[in-house]
Design a protein around this ligand. Structure first.
Ligand code: DQA
Length: 147
């Protein structure tokens, strides 16, 4: 299996960005945590981050061409705005988990709306950096049980 861990706008600032909300763990730390917890001969992990909506759309399309088996997507604020990202996920046949570090439902009401949930197999939010490790495990178990 090969998973793409896709991160959207402002997540390159993790560690320095509102640490009271998002913690002090950087994106590089998250990548290292995920690789340590999950990377094996049977599970490969690719990481990509962009602040640009279209680059995220391109990455989702490329994932299909590259034979990626699953996507974990923290779309950042585009979660709450982007029909284009919803359509991109719907345009590929790759099970996708929506992920947020923070519990978006405990925050401002504009963060309670997600355009991408309806095209994702599940949502993980509120567990900080560990959510990425949980999401990889959840996606792997889902793919294995679905055959
Ligand atoms: C976020 C939550 C979003 O509302 C916010 O815009 C982000 C990060 C999270 O990981 O908690 O950029 O996706």
């Amino acid at each position: 299996l090969e998973f793409l861990i896709l991160n959207g706008p402002n997540l390159n600032r993790l560690g320095r960005r509102q640490p009271e909300v998002y913690g002090r763990t950087t994106l590089a730390d998250i990548e290292a945590m995920c690789r340590a917890a999950h990377e094996s001969e049977t599970l490969g992990l690719r990481f990509f981050q962009s602040n640009h909506e279209g680059a995220l759309v391109d990455a989702i399309h490329a994932a299909q061409d590259d034979g990626i088996d699953g996507i974990i997507l923290n779309a950042g604020a585009y979660t709450h705005t982007s029909i284009a990202l919803m359509d991109a996920i719907a345009s590929v046949e790759i099970p996708t988990i929506e992920l947020h570090l923070s519990n978006v439902h405990a925050r401002e009401s504009f963060r309670h709306v997600s355009y991408i949930s309806k095209v994702c197999v599940g949502v993980i939010c509120g567990f900080g950096a560990h959510g990425y490790v949980l999401a990889i495990d959840a996606l792997r178990q889902k793919l294995e049980s679905d055959g």
